[in-house]
Write a protein that binds this ligand. Structure first.
Ligand code: FMN
Length: 311
């Protein structure tokens, strides 16, 4: 069984990935949030820095890109290849209209002929492995039924499916029955993604999709970063041990953020956003998050964490 941490833009950056691997176990693969181009055709700086090997010293990461033309694709995949990576993931899942209206992210899923034309030009020139992470469609999960069998013609490394259609955004449930249909339609290595938040939910899905060997978890791991160990090793930390680990995670995050950008306001706002998720796993998380949200400085935020997590 392989477990992956999903890419979550602004959350699962190298600060979080490095802090996570220092404190928690169980993640086999980390996916970096997507690279994207500026209007002038250069690659945006933050995701570019995020995947630098020196920022990811102990980690097996797969960089991701979002493109809608051959030129865009190779601008980013050449950069990724030059950094020494052997695989890249193509984001065909981003659901937001600003993105999909430009045929980016999930915007290509209801235009299969455009998608396969792009693949036909890209694959013969491709020097690194290519996997895709996709929704089941733009407007309906039925769209994947046309795409998936045709993807068997291309040497993809893997297909990761977030079992929703894009226009759902994150609303409603995942379409498990459609995912079941997908299993028999692909010859590629298939990863399930969507709403795995507890060990019980994972067991339900593993029993339902008994041939699936690979799983990706996003928001569930931002709320409970110990979820991978729980699933993989059955380790359930006592409250005190878990709180201690959250404190250590926060210290790693804070140090890494301050190292990267001495502006204490940057560290403060990033820590507030991590804790919006992390607080959800604690019985007194609402009280803690209220304090964290009001903190005026990173030292004050750390004091609140120490009070709630260690006292
Ligand atoms: C804040 C946020 C940022 C995300 N950024 C990315 C991204 O950069 N690339 C990507 O493929 N998916 C991105 N996603 C989607 C997740 O990777 C994942 O597919 C989705 O959250 C469903 O999995 P989950 O229910 O385990 O969170 C993002 C999701 C959220 C909530």
């Amino acid at each position: 069984m392989q477990l992956a941490l999903a890419p979550l833009q602004t959350y699962t950056d190298y600060h979080f990935r490095n802090a996570h691997i220092a404190i928690f176990k169980g993640v086999d693969k980390f996916y970096a949030p997507y690279l994207k181009l500026n209007n002038d055709g250069t690659i945006k700086n933050a995701p570019k820095i995020d995947i630098l090997p020196e920022n990811n010293p102990r980690i097996n990461i797969i960089p991701q890109l979002m493109a809608c033309s051959e030129q865009e694709f190779f601008t980013m995949s050449d950069y990724i290849e030059d950094l020494g990576y052997s695989e890249v993931n193509w984001n065909m899942g981003c659901p937001y209209p600003m993105v999909t209206n430009r045929n980016l992210g999930a915007g290509i899923l209801n235009k299969p002929s455009d998608l396969f034309k792009l693949f036909d030009t890209i694959f013969p020139k491709l020097k690194i492995g290519l996997g895709v992470k996709m929704r089941m469609g733009l407007e309906s999960t039925a769209e994947i039924l046309e795409i998936l069998p045709r993807l068997n013609d291309y040497p993809l490394t893997e297909i990761i499916i977030h079992a929703r259609y894009a226009k759902q955004l994150y609303n409603g449930g995942c379409d498990h029955e459609r995912f079941m249909e997908c299993i028999s339609l692909t010859n590629h290595s298939l990863t399930y993604n969507g709403d795995i938040t507890t060990n019980e939910e994972f067991d339900f899905l593993r029993t339902k999709f008994s041939t699936v060997q690979s799983w990706m978890i996003g928001r569930g791991a931002m709320v409970n970063p110990g979820l991978f160990e729980e699933i993989k090793f059955g380790t359930i930390d006592s409250g005190d041990v878990y709180r201690n680990k959250l404190m250590l995670l926060s210290e790693h995050l804070t140090n890494s953020l301050l190292n990267c950008n001495p502006d204490r306001g940057y560290a403060l706002s990033k820590m507030k956003s991590y804790w919006e998720y992390l607080s959800e796993s604690l019985s007194d998380g609402n009280q803690l998050y209220r304090k964290v949200k009001k903190a005026k400085d990173i030292t004050e935020l750390t004091d609140h964490l120490q009070y709630f997590l260690l006292d």
